[in-house]
Design a protein around this ligand. Structure first.
Ligand SMILES: C[S@@+](CC[C@H](N)C(=O)[O-])C[C@H]1O[C@@H](n2cnc3c(N)ncnc32)[C@H](O)[C@@H]1O
Length: 843
């Protein structure tokens, strides 16, 4: 979707009036302070440099004071504005903002015509900030555009606004005083009228619209999102940089005219050429350069270009000996603006994704961020105006520009340091959904999908919640959409086994290209005869069909079965997102073709397996009931397929050298059944039962399912702790969080999941990554050591996972393969999502 013509017109008209207001207000105020005379105008008889400097300094100081209050107000109101816009729609808020923007213009008219005090105008400018227009624009753009288009759209808008920067100074040159103010009032009115024709952009309104009194109470609590958003490292690093950079830009622009007025004796009309050059350059860059750069560069790169050129331009403004040279060199200024759409996109995408993945709506998230941004955008100009006013009186008028250039340089250096060390790697690996790398390069489909897994804001809330560390306290659990098939697929492990119907992966691939079916998708692996088993037997069990039992007492970590698949399905799980396009009939056809290639004996083993999906056995039904997820594909393994499910599993499968290997997770008595978990363990009973019912047509009756609420509570705590750990890389005190949270998880795993070393190893692995992020090497080594011991039990000493963790425990995490290994190992065991499978089943 794109912005409509009315939306674009409103943005442009509003901007037109903003530029005009910025240009004429100072002249009107200085004149009002000197009985209507423009004492700064060199060609006028009343020219008086001392009076000019003193009134410019006075006006900027008074303006700074009012802006300061306005800034504080907007920080408080912006989150409520975002929330209100989520509840009542964007349009009512937009129209209100346009009405409020009319107030200061009318008062400026009164200052110029009726000699009203300039303080009335300055006070009225605060009203403008109560419902800030930039917040509403961003919401509008978020609603109407796709993430990948945003850099282009922001750039285009900025380019159009630049064109206005040419027209307005021209108008200011032709018109002055009262006529210019009248034009301003007319422009504001035109904006308001056009605004009334806007179409609502909010995709759907909240169904639970509250009554006014309740909703105001709810709004009042929404500014609490600010500290939540601030609690994260991403906000404090990348967003902070952006806020400082944009705030500095706004601040220097706000003192540019007074600076030129005091230094070169310019009026708004003689100052206009500088503005024109800057805006033409901005328009050219935003229209022609930014979209092209955005195609080949990351947002970080755009941001870095913006900071570098922005810094150089500030040096030009500070040091150019003449106004003419300053104007000439300002033609490079446009390149400084490529960072702006990049940062706007970054913020918008963050809000979008966080909004999708939590109970917070994107408006609330965006406005929380904009609340912080407004702190910089509105408070930095007054601060710079104060500095300028002091420096002007002491003869160092350039100082604020030099200070601004220095701050841009520091921001650039910090930005370039991101992603440098293994720190970035640790963030990316343990909290992919929230990683900085992701925000900085949000354009690759994989990263977008990882983010949509959605643990992010939930854990943010958990981290920010005061009861976070209390074991017994349960965290508020916002209702979330179940993860998409693709998102689930991305979480599938390349090193573990789980019950699944991922034969679909191969079939799904066919859908990608739309070409003829690929018959080779299902293959018979080499050496399929290999199977090794010890002290286990397949037996018929009451109410479960066949199952596998121990024929003697088994120790923790003991290997009981190694088996090759009878049929394998190669391919990447990324194809699973195409499940919707596949049909059960096609799968049946593919499987039948593959079965014809097998020996009669192997075919018999296949048909001996159960089919829980219908009275008549079909190849697809057998595959759906028994196929296991193996690395990047699926497979049918005749003995492994006999393992039944338990929510408190006592075996764990892993994939090694083309074989499934099964190890015992705790002491098992002779005759005890061996089961693994078909579902994600950290879900409450109801969700587990629903999945099992949908996919495997049975109800589980294991001890955890019988335990009821107490078990659910522990599993939800485990889930919250896991999400919080995945996000902890973005919080402060990363090491402390690892120290606090990992032992809590281990204790809960002992209580609830019979101390599963597989789950413990994963929790400790995350703890290791966080310790690494915190640069606490001893803690990292200890976590990696424990993770390794548990991985040896669950996956075997020769498994990739165990070997890699052993290396980490020895401090060897700088080796070349580390990044790959880490990414592979942190992905989790999971099923293809029930929704995806169901839609497949439904054909
Ligand atoms: C992969 S097979 C397991 C072996 C199967 N029992 C057999 O006879 O071949 C999956 C099927 O086993 C049954 N099953 C697995 N775990 C079960 C459990 N805990 N209780 C009851 N039935 C179970 C369900 O019918 C399920 O569809």
């Amino acid at each position: 979707m794109q912005l409509s013509a009315t939306q674009t017109t409103v943005v442009l008209l509003h901007n037109l009036s903003q530029i005009l207001s910025g240009l004429i207000a100072l002249d009107i105020i200085v004149a009002a302070m000197n009985n209507g005379e423009d004492v700064c105008n060199e060609s006028s008889e009343v020219y008086d440099l001392a009076a000019c400097e003193s009134s410019v300094s006075h006006a900027t100081r008074a303006n700074a004071g009012f802006q300061f209050f306005g800034g504080i107000m907007s920080v408080l109101t912006i989150p409520m504005v975002g929330d209100a816009a989520d509840r009542f729609g964007r349009k009512p808020l937009f129209v209100l903002a346009l009405v409020l923007a009319e107030v200061p213009s009318l008062l400026l008219l009164c200052v110029s015509c009726l000699n009203l005090s300039i303080y009335a105008f300055l006070a009225a400018s605060i009203v403008d900030q109560v419902v800030p227009m930039p917040t509403l624009f961003s919401l509008w753009i978020n609603d109407c555009t796709a993430q990948n288009d945003r850099v282009k759209i922001y750039a285009r808008l900025s380019a159009f606004q630049s064109m206005e920067g040419i027209v307005v100074p021209l108008a200011a040159k032709l018109l002055s005083g009262k006529t210019a103010v009248l034009l301003l009032v007319a422009l504001r009115l035109a904006t308001l009228l056009t605004g009334c024709f806007l179409t609502e952009s909010l995709p759907q309104r909240s169904p639970d619209r509250l009554g006014m009194s309740e909703s105001w109470a709810a709004f009042a609590t929404h500014w609490r999102n600010l500290p939540k958003v601030c609690a994260f490292k991403a906000t404090r690093s990348i967003f902070l940089l952006g806020f400082v950079a944009t705030g500095t830009g706004a601040a220097t622009q706000s003192i540019l005219l007074p600076f030129c007025k005091a230094r070169f004796g310019l009026t708004s009309s003689t100052f206009a050429p500088l503005l024109t050059v800057e805006t033409v350059s901005n328009g050219f860059v935003q229209l022609l350069i930014t979209p092209r750069l955005a195609r080949c560069c990351s947002l970080r790169c755009l941001f870095a270009v913006g900071l570098s050129v922005g810094g150089l331009n500030l040096l030009n403004l500070a040091l150019a000996p003449s106004f003419r040279l300053m104007t000439g060199l300002a033609s490079i200024a446009g390149f400084g603006s490529v960072g702006t759409p990049a940062f706007q996109t970054l913020t918008a995408n963050f809000a979008d994704q966080a909004g999708q993945a939590s109970s917070l709506q994107s408006g609330a998230v965006l406005s929380a961020l904009q609340g912080i941004q407004s702190l910089f955008l509105v408070l930095m100009p007054p601060v710079y105006q104060m500095i300028f006013s002091v420096c002007l009186s002491s003869g160092y008028a350039q100082a604020p520009f030099l200070l601004a250039a220095l701050s841009q340089l520091i921001c650039l250096m910090i930005l370039l340091r991101f992603k440098a060390s293994h720190t970035g790697l640790a963030i990316r690996s343990c909290a992919p959904g929230a990683s900085l790398a992701l925000y900085l390069k949000p354009d690759t489909p994989k990263q977008r999908d990882i983010l949509s897994v959605g643990a992010v804001p939930n854990a943010m809330a958990a981290l920010a919640s005061p009861g976070f560390r209390t074991r017994a306290g349960s965290f508020p659990r916002p209702a979330r959409e179940p993860p998409s098939a693709r998102a689930s697929a991305l979480r599938l492990s390349s090193g573990s086994l789980c019950q699944s119907s991922l034969l679909a992966a191969a079939v799904g691939r066919r859908g990608v290209s739309g070409r003829a079916p690929r018959r080779r998708a299902i293959f018979q692996p080499e050496g399929q005869e290999e199977a090794w088993q010890s002290f286990i037997a397949v037996e018929e069990l009451e109410g479960k069909g066949f199952g596998v039992v121990a024929t003697r007492r088994l120790r923790r970590g003991e290997l009981v079965l190694r088996e090759r698949p009878l049929l394998g399905v190669p391919g990447s799980f990324e194809a699973v997102d195409l499940l919707n396009r596949t049909s059960l009939g096609q799968l049946e056809e593919d499987l039948q073709a593959a079965l014809r290639q097998l020996s009669a004996e192997l075919r018999r083993s296949f048909w001996a397996l159960s089919d829980c999906h219908g009275d008549t056995k079909t190849a697809a039904g057998v595959a759906l009931t028994n196929a296991l997820h193996l690395g990047e594909g699926g497979g049918i393994l005749p003995i492994s397929a006999r393992f039944n499910h338990s929510c408190v599993p006592n075996i764990q499968g892993t994939w090694a050298d083309g074989c499934a290997e099964w190890r015992v997770l705790r002491e098992v008595e002779e005759g005890e059944e061996l089961c693994f978990s078909y579902v994600e363990p950290y879900q409450p009973q109801q969700e587990r039962q629903r999945t099992l019912e949908q996919l495997f047509r049975f109800r589980c009756n294991c001890p955890a399912c019988r335990a009821g609420e107490s078990s659910d509570l522990r599993r939800l705590q485990l889930k919250d702790l896991l999400e919080a750990l995945q996000l902890a890389a973005l919080a402060e005190e990363v090491g402390q969080l690892a120290r606090d949270l990992v032992p809590q998880m281990l204790e809960l795993i002992d209580e609830e999941l019979a101390g599963s070393p597989a789950l413990k190893s994963k929790a400790l692995h995350l703890g290791f990554l966080l310790a690494l992020e915190a640069e606490e090497e001893d803690l990292a080594a200890s976590m990696a050591g424990q993770a390794w011991q548990n991985a040896v039990l669950a996956y075997g000493p020769e498994s990739d996972r165990a070997k890699m963790l052993e290396m980490c425990a020895e401090g060897d995490y700088h080796s070349a393969d580390f990044e790959d290994a880490l990414e592979m190992q942190t992905s989790d065991v999971a099923l293809a999502s029930p929704e995806a499978l169901q839609s497949w089943l439904d054909g």
